[in-house]
Design a protein around this ligand. Structure first.
Ligand code: HEM
Length: 411
C-alpha cells in the first residue's frame, strides 16, 4: 500500500485530527460536533496528504471488523506525526499490528494462549505481591513520590518482564526505547533507530534462551516453533512478537494506572463509592478505560479496495482513522450520559482495547493489573492526593499513548 492514492486532489483547507483537549480527562471537544454533523469526514495529515476520520461508535467497530480495511500500512501514524516513518512494504513475520488475516491469526494464536482469562487469573497472586512490595517502598520513602516512576511503571514492567523472561534490570533500556517509539515528534530516523535497538535487544535474548531455555513465554514460543515444522514461530517471529509484547505490555497499563488514579482523586464521589465497596473495582476499571481511552489518536487502517462508508466514497489506499476516544463517548454506545464518569454503571461494550481481529491481546492482564493496583493503592493510602495542582501536571499530549509523564502524590 502506498501514499499515492492519499494525495488525490482534496481541498487545501481541511482540518486536522482534533487534538486540543479542553479538559485533560476528556477528548478534544471537536469530536462531539463531528459525530453529529460529519461522522465520516476528511482530515489533513500533519506530514502532508489526507485521509478520513470516523467518529461514531457503530462506524469505528464496523471499520475495525471489516477485512476491506487493512493494517498493512506503509507509514506509521500518518495522522499525527509531522514526519511519519515509512515502514517496510512487507511486514516482518510476527508483526501482529501490521498483518491481515489469515496470516495474522497464525502468529496471534500461540501468543493468545498465554493471556487467556484463566492464565491471567493464575498470575493474580504474583501481581498482588509485586504491587504490595511497591506500596511498601512508597510508604518507607514517604511522600511526595512520583506515582509513575514508583508504582505504575515498576508494576507493569515487572509483570511483563517475568512473563516474557526479560531481565528487569534492563528496564532503563526498554523504557527509553518506548519513549522514543511513542513520541509523536520522533523523527523517522529516531523511530527507526529505536525499532532496530529494540529488535537487537530482544534478538540477543532469544539467542540466549535458545541455548538455555527458561520458564517463560519467549522460551515457550521458541520451543513451540522447534517442535512443529508447520509453526510460523521462527526466531525472527519470536523476536518481533517479544518486542511488541514488551512495549505494549508495560507502557499502556502504566499510563492507565497513573491517569486512572488521578481521575479518581479528582472525582471524590466516585472514589468514595469505590472505597466503600471495593467489589466495584471491576466496573471502575472498565469505566475508566472507556472514559479515558488512552490510545488517544485512535487506530489507522487503509482501504484495501474502493468502498463506500456512510455515503462517502473511499478509494483503495486511503487511510481511515477509527477514533476510539470519540466512539467511547458516543451516545450510540448505548449508555446514559456517556461523557459522565460513573464507576457504578453496568460496563459498556467500549472500544478502549480496539475491536475485531486485532483487539488487544493483553486486555485480561491489563484489567488484572489495574484492578489490583488501584484497590490496593487506595486502601493503603486513605489520604492520597496529588502533590501539585492538576493544571500543572505533565499530561502526555505529545505521545501516542495518553497519560502522565509524572504524577507527584503525597498522603
Ligand atoms: C490499558 C492497557 C491497554 C490498552 C488501552 C491497550 C490497547 C490496545 C489496542 C487499542 C489495541 C488494538 C490495536 C489495533 O487494532 O491496531 C491493542 C493491541 C495489542 N495489545 Fe494492547 N492495550 C493495553 C494493554 C496491553 C498489554 C498489558 C499487553 C501485553 C501483555 C498488550 C498487548 C497488545 C498486543 C500484542 C496487541 C496487538 C494485537 C494484534 O494485533 O493482534 N496490550 N492494545
Amino acid at each position: 500500500m502506498t501514499d499515492t492514492a492519499v494525495n488525490r486532489a482534496v481541498p487545501s483547507d481541511l482540518p486536522g485530527l482534533p487534538r486540543q483537549r479542553g479538559c485533560p480527562f476528556d477528548p478534544a471537544p471537536g469530536y462531539a460536533r463531528l459525530r453529529e454533523q460529519a461522522p465520516i469526514s476528511r482530515i489533513s495529515f500533519p506530514g502532508g496528504g489526507s485521509g478520513w476520520l470516523a467518529t461514531r461508535y457503530e462506524d469505528v467497530r464496523a471499520i475495525l471488523a471489516d477485512p476491506r480495511f487493512s493494517s498493512r500500512l506503509s507509514t506509521a501514524a500518518p495522522h499525527v506525526r509531522p514526519a511519519p516513518t515509512a515502514l517496510p512494504e512487507q511486514p516482518l513475520p510476527g508483526a501482529l499490528l501490521r498483518l491481515d488475516e489469515p496470516e495474522h491469526a497464525r502468529y496471534r494464536r500461540p501468543v493468545m494462549r498465554a493471556f487467556t482469562v484463566k492464565r491471567v487469573q493464575r498470575l493474580r497472586p504474583r501481581i498482588q505481591q509485586i504491587v504490595d512490595e511497591r506500596l511498601d517502598a512508597m510508604e518507607r520513602a514517604g511522600g511526595p513520590v512520583d506515582l509513575v516512576a514508583e508504582l505504575a511503571l515498576p508494576v507493569t514492567s515487572l509483570v511483563i518482564c517475568e512473563l516474557l523472561g526479560v531481565d528487569y534490570d534492563d528496564r532503563d533500556t526498554f523504557h527509553g526505547l518506548a519513549g522514543r517509539l511513542l513520541a509523536i515528534e520522533s523523527s523517522p530516523e529516531q523511530a527507526q533507530q529505536a525499532r532496530a535497538e529494540l529488535a537487537s535487544f530482544i534478538a540477543a535474548l532469544v539467542a540466549a534462551k535458545r541455548e538455555q531455555p527458561g520458564d517463560d513465554l519467549l522460551s515457550a514460543l521458541i520451543a513451540e516453533g522447534d517442535a512443529d515444522p508447520d509453526s510460523p514461530l521462527t526466531d525472527i517471529a519470536v523476536t518481533v512478537l517479544g518486542s511488541l509484547l514488551l512495549i505494549a505490555g508495560h507502557e499502556t497499563t502504566a499510563n492507565m494506572i497513573a491517569l486512572g488514579t488521578l481521575t479518581l482523586l479528582e472525582s471524590p464521589d466516585q472514589l468514595a463509592a469505590l472505597r466503600s465497596d471495593p467489589a466495584l473495582a471491576d466496573r471502575a476499571v472498565e469505566e475508566l478505560l472507556r472514559h479515558l481511552t488512552i490510545i488517544q489518536f485512535g487506530l489507522v487502517r487503509a482501504a484495501a479496495e474502493d468502498l463506500t462508508l456512510r455515503g462517502q466514497s473511499i478509494k483503495a489506499g486511503e487511510y481511515v482513522v477509527a477514533s476510539l476516544p470519540s466512539a467511547n463517548r458516543d451516545p450510540g454506545l448505548g449508555i446514559a450520559d456517556p461523557d459522565r464518569l460513573d464507576i457504578t454503571r453496568d460496563p459498556a461494550a467500549h472500544v478502549a482495547f480496539g475491536y475485531g481481529p486485532h483487539q488487544c491481546l493483553g486486555q485480561q492482564l491489563a484489567r488484572a493489573e489495574l484492578q489490583i493496583t488501584l484497590t490496593s493503592l487506595f486502601a493503603r493510602f486513605p489520604h492520597l492526593r496529588p502533590a501539585v495542582p492538576a493544571d500543572q501536571l505533565p499530561f502526555r499530549d505529545d505521545m501516542i499513548v495518553y497519560g502522565l509523564h509524572q504524577l507527584p502524590v503525597t498522603w
